[in-house]
Design a binder for this molecule. Structure first.
Ligand SMILES: [Zn+2]
Ligand SMILES: [Zn+2]
Length: 171
């Protein structure tokens, strides 16, 4: 995991403990990286995701199988109003933004437990793409596309039986 700027250590600890329960690889936390100011779009008050994925792709971390970037800033990519995250299909790099996973974004009271579970779901989703999984039509599968926070809340943090089978073939 690579935190961009200051990420709450409790979220990183939660992911370190829980990611390996679904994707059985040990997790290490890299030191935090600054977000380049040229990825900021003042008209949208958002950050462009692709240059951040590019930074993750170019990092030389010994023995790293996949690299998951975590950021607090709101992300967008061309053609979409916002994204919860992005990853390279069958690639190394994945990125998740917790900005819209936090209840406070929607004017609701903060709820750390909900934030952690949502971050876990979106992290597994993006890592699933790096493992070669496309989007899944099963609304309860972690690989189902989230268009809104209610989609994220509806799905589980686990792969459905069909995605599990696909993963077993991919390995
Ligand atoms: Zn996706
Ligand atoms: Zn599935």
């Amino acid at each position: 995991m690579v935190p961009f700027d200051n990420i709450d250590k409790d979220i990183l600890d939660f992911l370190s403990v829980n990611l390996p329960k679904i994707i059985p690889f040990p997790v290490k936390t890299y030191f935090s990286l600054p977000i380049p100011s040229n990825t900021y779009n003042p008209e949208r008050n958002q950050y462009l995701s692709l240059p951040l994925l590019d930074i993750l792709n170019k990092l030389k971390i010994p023995d790293s199988f996949k690299v998951l970037g975590i950021t607090n800033v709101d992300l967008y990519t061309h053609g979409l109003n916002f994204i919860f995250g992005q990853a390279k299909l069958k690639g190394k790099e994945a990125l998740v933004s917790i900005a819209r996973l936090d209840n406070s974004f929607y004017g609701l009271p903060k709820n750390q437990e909900i934030l952690y579970i949502r971050t876990l779901k979106e992290s597994i989703h993006e890592l699933g793409h790096t493992l070669g999984l496309p989007h899944c039509p099963n609304p309860e599968c972690v690989m189902c596309f989230s268009n809104s926070i209610s989609d994220t809340d509806r799905k589980s943090y686990n792969f459905c039986p069909i995605c599990k089978l696909s993963l077993s073939y991919l390995f």
